[in-house]
Each structure stands twice: as structure tokens, then as C-alpha cells.
Design a protein around this ligand. Structure first.
Ligand code: SF4
Length: 351
């Protein structure tokens, strides 16, 4: 990272990055969190208990830890909280914020735990039975409707592991989108499906979905083939192009994972390739955990390490520059990760 870039990064963004990078915070028994912990079965925190907090205009989600030796710990401070690092106050004014369903302000649901595919970075296919939730689509709709009555509700998002077949899972997502639309009318609905053909994208759009995420996972073709051996790289590129034509610029997104051995140039080429087509990628730092580390190493044939903080910030800044050149922003999104911002350094929000 160049010195002038570094000078433009706010202290808040630097602290957020360091906290995300570490991933967890010690919460002493004396602190009773104001909201229940979120236990996700999809996304970077799958299988772990976490909670959301905000400071200095940003927000993030951290793993809930009972490890007293954790680098970061939470401290009560009057009505609010502080984050302590190495016995010093690291962040002064911290607020614990509610996650409506999984994310702040969003009813973000995972329809199905488990998956017929076996992408090696993803915890969903191999979550312990005890951590899987069995909830019917009807119950999911009820959960969303209940969440929509909360004052902090803003939007809906739906993801799902692929269970049975892509077609069956897509039908379930569609059913939920239609029911939500029927009940809530004008509401922003983001979907994160596996799509087999362009017709699926059309059906989701017609049903009322307003934003869509179709994940490429790695823009490096060789890495993609190793970590998602059952999926087709070119097919996903094609589906993203179709989605952008239908949903419009700044309404389509895709995860690009960083930390699998790809080069920065490859990541940024990916960001630019998608930006040219109106797609705003999420650059997501790979989270290594007990569920995925061994599987990733086996798939890639080499070990992987945590992405350095510097690289995380540098890529976010360069992504912002690319998006600006194409007249795009993360701020156009009303659902899913760009809107939530809890797991990444988000261009235009954090840098
Ligand atoms: S950034 Fe995305 S994965 Fe992370 S908590 Fe928010 S919605 Fe979930």
C-alpha cells in the first residue's frame, strides 16, 4: 500500500479491519449482551456464534469468545461498551446492535442447511447435524414477516444451500420470494441462488427479487476448478452477465474470495471484468476455520494463510477506484452484504 493511500484510511476503518482480521472478541461472564447471539449456517461465520457491533459509523460482526487470552475483549462502559486490546482501550464508544435475522436491518434467511456440492471453503455442506436448523419454507416466510414488523427492518435477503437439486432449491427460493411479495408488497428482496439457466434469473426477477448475488468465489479459473470442482466457471460468468442485463447495473453482485493463492492482479481483473458488466463484486477475505482449512489445503495442494491486513485494505481501496471509473458503488445495494457491511472492508463505506 502506498503511503498516500494509507494516510487516507480512517482510524475507524483500520480498527474495523484489524478486528475483522482477528475475528473474535472475549466477552466476560459479567457482561450480558443486549441481544441474542446470531448463529449463522451460511456466510463467513457459519457454524459460529457471533454478534454485531458498531462504532465511528461502521459496523461489524465478531465471533463470541470465552477465551480470556483473546487479543480483544469487551468492556462495559456506562450504558455502552469499549473494546480493549492488550489491556488498553482500543475503541472507546461501542454499541452492540441487533441483527434482525442474521444481519442488522435485514431479514436474511438461509433456506436450507447442507449442500449437494462440496466447495472446499464453505462450511454449509459439512456443518454438524447439531448446528443445522431444519425450518420449512412456510416457517421461513413467517420468520420474515415477523421480522418485518420490527422498527429496524429494511429489507429481505434469501440464500440457500443446494439440497436435492438446483431446480428444487430454486423453486423453494421462488416460493418464498412470492409469499414475501404477496404479504409485504414493495420491499427490497435480495436472492443468492444457484442458477442453472437464464430462465431462472428471469423467474426470480418476475417474482419480485430486486437484487441478486451469483458467486464466482474465485476469479482465478484454476483455483475455482480446485475449490468448486462440481461447478462451472464459464456458466457462472454467463449467468452474472444475464443477471446484470435483467436486474440492472449496481443490482448484481458476486463474492470473490481472497486468500486462496490468487494474485492481487487477478482479483482486481475480476473486479474490473464484473464492473464492466455492471456487477459490483464483494471482495471477501477467506476465513479459515475447523470446517474448511484441511479441505482447502487438500483441494489446492498447498497450505493457505490468513490474508494480511495490509492486503485487505489495499484491495478495498483499489476496488473503489475501479468501481468509480465505471460509475458504480456499493451504496446502490439495499440488501445482502454490501448493504450490511459487517464482514468486509466495504468501498465507499469504510474506505
Ligand atoms: S456482510 Fe454478509 S455474510 Fe456478513 S453478516 Fe452481513 S449479510 Fe451476513
Amino acid at each position: 500500500m502506498k503511503d498516500e493511500d494509507s494516510a487516507h484510511i480512517s482510524e475507524v476503518a483500520k480498527k474495523k479491519a484489524e478486528l475483522i482480521h482477528y475475528g473474535k472478541i472475549y466477552v466476560p461472564d459479567s457482561i450480558k449482551l443486549p441481544y441474542p447471539l446470531s448463529s449463522s449456517t451460511a456466510g463467513p461465520g457459519a457454524g459460529k456464534k457471533a454478534f454485531a457491533l458498531s462504532f465511528g459509523g461502521t459496523r461489524l460482526k465478531l465471533g463470541f469468545s470465552k477465551d480470556k487470552d483473546s487479543k480483544f475483549s469487551l468492556k462495559k462502559n456506562g450504558d455502552g461498551f469499549q473494546i480493549i486490546k492488550d489491556k488498553e482501550v482500543y475503541v472507546h464508544d461501542v454499541e452492540i446492535i441487533p441483527t434482525l435475522l442474521h444481519a442488522p436491518n435485514q431479514a436474511f434467511v438461509n433456506l436450507r442447511d447442507g449442500c449437494i456440492y462440496s466447495c472446499s471453503f464453505c462450511a454449509t455442506p459439512i456443518l454438524d447435524e447439531a448446528k443445522k436448523k431444519t425450518v420449512s419454507p412456510e416457517q421461513i416466510v413467517n420468520m420474515i414477516l415477523k421480522a418485518s414488523n420490527q422498527e429496524d427492518f429494511q429489507s429481505v435477503a434469501i440464500t440457500s444451500g443446494i439440497v436435492g437439486s438446483p431446480a428444487k432449491t430454486l423453486d423453494e427460493i421462488l416460493w418464498v420470494v412470492k409469499k414475501v411479495k404477496e404479504n409485504l408488497g414493495e420491499v427490497e428482496i435480495g436472492v443468492e441462488p444457484y442458477v442453472s439457466e437464464a430462465k431462472d434469473i428471469q423467474r426470480l426477477h418476475d417474482a419480485g427479487a430486486t437484487e441478486i448475488k451469483i458467486n464466482i468465489e474465485s476469479y482465478d479459473r484454476d483455483i475455482f476448478n480446485r475449490i468448486c470442482p462440481e461447478l462451472d466457471y464459464d456458466h457462472i460468468l454467463k449467468m452474472l452477465k444475464e443477471a446484470a442485463m435483467l436486474f440492472g447495473r449496481g443490482k448484481v453482485t458476486t463474492n470473490i474470495l481472497v486468500g486462496l493463492g490468487e494474485s492481487d492482479n487477478n482479483v482486481l481483473d475480476g473486479v474490473e471484468y464484473f464492473a464492466k458488466r455492471g456487477v459490483v463484486a464483494v471482495i471477501r477475505i477467506l476465513r479459515l476455520n475447523d470446517y474448511n482449512h484441511r479441505r482447502i489445503v487438500d483441494a489446492l495442494g498447498h497450505d493457505v494463510e490468513k490474508v494480511p491486513l495490509e492486503r485487505m485494505m489495499d484491495l478495498a481501496i483499489k476496488q473503489k477506484g475501479i468501481l468509480e471509473r465505471y460509475g458504480l458503488s456499493t451504496m446502490s445495494f439495499k440488501t445482502m452484504c454490501h448493504k450490511c457491511g459487517c464482514c468486509d472492508i466495504v468501498p465507499f463505506k469504510d474506505v
